[in-house]
Design a protein around this ligand. Structure first.
Ligand SMILES: NC(=O)C1=CN([C@@H]2O[C@H](COP(=O)(O)OP(=O)(O)OC[C@H]3O[C@@H](n4cnc5c(N)ncnc54)[C@H](OP(=O)(O)O)[C@@H]3O)[C@@H](O)[C@H]2O)C=CC1
Ligand SMILES: N[C@@H](CC=O)C(=O)O
Length: 374
């Protein structure tokens, strides 16, 4: 049996769904000769782990209780008296994660947070022979120095869910590139939230109502302004551009925002944005959609990556084009290379949601199992 010890950072929508997937796949994994041993879980303030990570793990009953506690909005601290776990807080967390990683020699550290605070820790565990699996885009989209550090051991890092949730985007691009087929353009709609919002608003629903629905469905980032500003799509574009070998930073990307600067996170609290800011945008968005419709077109939030251009923003596209036909949270991605020059390689499907994202993370973890064979 191949044992893979896991340390999970972040137990929000995606992290909890991952724990549920792990538990419900126990029989399947056992038939495949793999055992995923969850030895630690962190949220923004605490970490729960067990005393002897070499031989013990957080049991399934404990993990289900943990999911319940986090779903109710409580802290991991509440689990202190449930089972034989240890709880660490504040600055103790990083030290404990490093202890656990060093004790295990090899483990998988899975980042399902939406924080840039994990970057320093990830860079340290990578140097301890840990494998890293990311749903969080921020570690790959900060400085080129951090990026280089994280991808310096390509066999030990997976981040399929950072672009297109569970869709096989990163793995397809890696296969094309490693066969010596240069990719010269990637174009598509890479935001589940903005795809959903655009297609629902053209069906007659108010913009503000649809954004709130996308949040409840688990498509948006914790603060939906991350999606509406184009930043989340820009992060995906940067991840893809860097994968293609472009040595660029976020400031090289042209980004169009759907709300004005005075509604930004540094100026307006989230609650006020949701209650007042968002509804005040309804009319303007509806006007833009009506104007596109009078030309027989629809609006889509499009991402374009070429050798000397990387931009994300709203475009008017024909209703019957691949982008125009997009519905719900689907993403579509066209990849142009020497082998796919006239007709691009097209990847399409659900591009957001806790279920598909967590499934992508789980597939990434299993993809690393060869490194855990004795
Ligand atoms: N939902 C989707 O469709 C997709 C999401 N993703 C990515 O997945 C990630 C998770 O998204 P989602 O689950 O919706 O986010 P949530 O906001 O629901 O959960 C984030 C979790 O991370 C925890 N956290 C925050 N800071 C830290 C930290 N420094 N160390 C450890 N944990 C921390 C939070 O703790 P606390 O509970 O204390 O607040 C929370 O448990 C994001 O990066 C998102 O971009 C990627 C593809 C698709
Ligand atoms: N907020 C993102 C989720 C996946 O990264 C989106 O809407 O696409």
């Amino acid at each position: 049996m191949v044992n893979i010890p896991l340390l999970l950072m972040g137990c929000g929508g995606v992290g909890r769904q991952l724990l549920h997937h792990i538990i419900s796949c126990r029989d399947l994994h056992s038939k495949q000769g793999v055992r995923l041993r969850v030895v630690g879980v962190c949220d923004s303030k605490s970490m729960v782990t067990i005393r002897d990570v070499l031989i013990s793990e957080l049991g399934d009953e404990f993990l289900l209780q943990l999911c319940k506690v986090k779903s109710s909005g409580s802290s991991l601290n509440e689990l202190a008296n449930f089972g034989e776990c240890q709880v660490f807080s504040g600055q103790e967390i990083e030290k404990k994660v490093m202890d656990v990683a060093a004790t295990l020699c090899r483990s998988s550290v899975v980042d399902c947070s939406a924080s840039s605070q994990t970057i320093a820790l990830l860079s340290r565990v990578v140097n301890l022979y840990c494998c890293v699996v990311l749903a969080n885009k921020k570690p790959l989209t900060s400085s080129l120095e951090s990026y280089d550090m994280l991808v310096s051991h390509p066999r030990r890092i997976r981040h399929e869910s950072t672009v297109g949730a569970g869709l096989p985007v990163i793995s397809s691009i890696n296969r094309i590139l490693s066969s010596g087929d240069p990719i010269f353009r990637i174009m598509g709609s890479l935001s589940g939230t903005l795809g959903y919002v655009m297609s629902q608003v053209e069906g007659g629903r108010p913009f503000s109502q649809v954004v709130n629905a996308a949040k409840s469905l688990g498509y948006t980032e914790p603060d939906p302004r991350d999606d509406l500003s184009g930043m989340d799509v820009a992060r995906k574009a940067l991840i893809l551009a860097r994968l293609l070998g472009h040595r660029i930073n976020m400031d090289s990307i042209k980004i169009e925002s759907l709300y004005p600067v005075e509604m930004g996170p540094d100026v307006m609290p989230l609650e006020e944005f949701l209650a007042n800011g968002l509804p005040s945008l309804d009319k303007d968005i509806q006007k833009r959609i009506d104007s596109a419709s009078s030309n027989g077109n629809v609006l889509r939030y499009v991402c374009l990556i070429e050798e000397s251009r990387c931009e994300v923003g709203i475009q008017e596209v024909a209703k019957d084009s691949a982008l125009g036909r997009l519905k719900g949270s689907d993403n579509v991605l066209e990849i142009y290379s020497r082998c796919y020059s006239e007709q691009p390689l097209v990847i399409q499907g659900a591009g957001a949601g806790n279920d598909t994202t967590a499934a992508g993370v789980l597939a990434d973890i299993l993809d690393l199992q060869d490194l855990f064979q004795h």
